[in-house]
Design a binder for this molecule. Structure first.
Ligand code: SGN
Length: 526
């Protein structure tokens, strides 16, 4: 073989286009990876999960042609910590990113760095919410902090620029542009495509402004929860739709309906260009005027707020689903479908009125669980359903496993590659959870806990010392803690044992909680 043909054969092999044969040794074709993550996307708002709120045909397609997980969860239900865990494969108390405040140490190891070492080209596009230039990526184009829905800034490889348009569409456009034009096509790729949507304050794309306006969504059964079956934390949170949402930012009134004063929604309105503002006002102004003419009260007012919240939240998701469709089409058209792993998930779950709430943070199911769908035609049978407790901790080792790359021994997650392809049924039977951001917005107390298939034990600490225990089979909506119920004395004891075991396994302790608490208090004093 002459030098030129050897070079072109090697090029094709690394690009994953042909299996190379060197003597008797076969070099396996390595898959591409597209990891799609949106922000605050509740599983209740992915149509495959069967809640009937909306239709997400493109996201659903990933699960129909691959697998859907019905009990995937996070280890800390908050944006930045969740992303840090996904990248490092380590719990918050190990990677150091325990809450949305403070920096993230990009110098530590992460799975994209390992993929680069293994010959992959990598890109991070969209919301990352971790300060500093992302490490482990050949290309990055990210939003600063939370980003903006309309005419957002993006930081491309460290350089900030404002782009006209809608954030979800722009993020998709940048992802497709990287796939088609910017990536090194001689290598297998890993793309992290992260949507800001559907994060608060849920500003829909112009073409979806009218969507769902004729739908009336029923309250969840526990919308008027009085939290009587639970400890202090559920009573003192600040997540109630009826009490916490504001007239401007959340309810989209330019002037407060009662005082007439301009609201903080003007910041969004002022960021829009004339055409965007006109389209927005054409839909929202008549509805707001109708409200002003006949101001609802009591339950009717609660209904009004709930409808506005849910409609806006679901409208925003429609653009996310469109973007997923565009990416899947790109793979089809470019012969990349069979050799590309596609994952769809969210950084955490979200409340859509359950317990009367929005937001996340609690270890209760709606925020603990996330949508998770994965497609990889070469290994995963279409229509697979997995009910095991996988966690965002597992993404890093799973991707490295698929890439035949080394999984660093200090990564705490486990690869679910064999589980999802049906090669094993052996899996963990308990997951560990921590939450630290308190005192803070939404006032959810610090807690940690352990969840199994059926039970969940939670300890709230810092300014309280209270335990909750749930039997998810009998009480799937976590309305009544059975921690002090004598009928559950055995379960309580067993769950305490499981908690000690997982804390030991992952290296967490009260001392480590104290370390992060001290760091937080020190930060407050500055
Ligand atoms: C903002 C939101 C909160 C949200 C946090 C964290 N308020 O502060 O509702 O809980 O982000 O979200 S807002 O008035 O600014 O919209 S996270 O996704 O970054 O964890």
């Amino acid at each position: 073989m002459n030098k030129t043909s050897l070079v072109s054969l090697l090029t094709l092999c690394t690009a994953g286009m042909v299996p190379a044969v060197f003597g008797q040794k076969t070099m396996k074709q390595r898959p591409n990876i597209i990891y799609i993550m949106s922000d605050d996307h509740a599983y209740q708002a992915v149509s495959s999960y069967g809640f009937g709120l909306n239709k997400t045909p493109n996201i659903d397609r990933i699960g129909q042609e691959g697998a859907i997980f019905t009990r995937a969860c996070v280890s800390n239900s908050l944006c930045a910590p969740s992303r840090a865990t996904m990248l490092t494969g380590k719990h918050s108390f190990v990677n150091g990113k325990t809450d949305n405040r403070g920096g993230f140490n990009w110098d530590q190891d992460n799975f994209p760095k390992q993929l680069q070492k293994a010959g992959y080209t990598t890109a991070m596009i969209g919301k990352i919410h971790l300060d500093g230039l992302p490490q482990g990526f050949d290309y990055s184009n990210v939003l600063p902090g939370q980003g903006n829905y309309y005419n957002p800034d993006f930081i491309e490889n460290g350089v900030k620029k404002r782009y006209p348009g809608y954030v979800t569409k722009l993020t998709t456009q940048f992802a497709l542009d990287w796939l088609d034009q910017k990536r090194d096509k001689t290598k297998p790729f890993c793309l992290l495509y992260h949507q800001k949507a559907p994060h608060r304050n849920w500003l829909p794309e112009e073409k979806y402004l009218e969507l769902f306006e004729d739908r009336v969504f029923p309250f969840p059964d526990n919308f008027y929860d009085d939290y009587s079956g639970r400890s202090t934390a559920a009573h003192t949170q600040a997540m109630e739709i009826t009490k916490i949402m504001g007239w401007g930012h959340d309810m989209k009134f330019e002037n407060d309906p009662y005082s007439g004063a301009p609201t903080n929604f003007m910041a969004d309105i002022n960021r829009m260009d004339d055409q965007q503002r006109k389209a927005w006002r054409a839909v929202y102004n008549p509805k707001n005027e109708a409200f002003l003419k006949n101001k609802p009260e009591g339950k009717e007012l609660d209904q009004w707020k709930f409808q506005r919240y849910l409609r806006d939240y679901l409208k925003v998701i429609q653009s996310v689903d469109d973007g997923v469709g565009e990416l899947l089409d790109y793979l089809d058209k470019n012969g990349l479908k069979d050799n590309t792993i596609v994952v769809y998930t969210s950084d955490n779950g979200f409340y859509l009125g359950e317990h009367g709430w929005f937001d996340k943070r609690f270890m209760y199911e709606e925020s603990f669980r996330v949508p998770l769908l994965i497609r990889y035609p070469k290994e995963i049978k279409p229509g697979t359903r997995i009910g095991n407790l996988v966690q965002n901790l597992d993404f890093a080792p799973t991707f490295l496993d698929y890439a035949d790359a080394k999984v660093p021994s200090d990564m705490q997650g486990e690869s679910f590659r064999k589980l999802v392809s049906g090669k094993t049924k052996v899996w963990r039977d308990a997951t560990y959870y921590t939450y630290y951001e308190y005192p803070a917005e939404h006032s959810v107390k610090r807690h940690y806990g352990v969840a199994t298939d059926r039970y969940k034990l939670i300890h709230f600490y810092y300014d309280v010392d209270e335990w909750e225990l749930y039997d998810l089979e009998k009480d799937p909506h976590e309305m009544k803690s059975v921690y002090n119920d004598p009928a559950y004395a055995d379960v309580q004891q067993r769950m305490h044992k499981r908690l000690t075991e997982v804390r030991t396994k992952y290296g967490d302790s009260d001392a480590s909680d104290q370390k992060y608490l001290d760091a937080f208090l020190k930060g407050l004093k500055k």
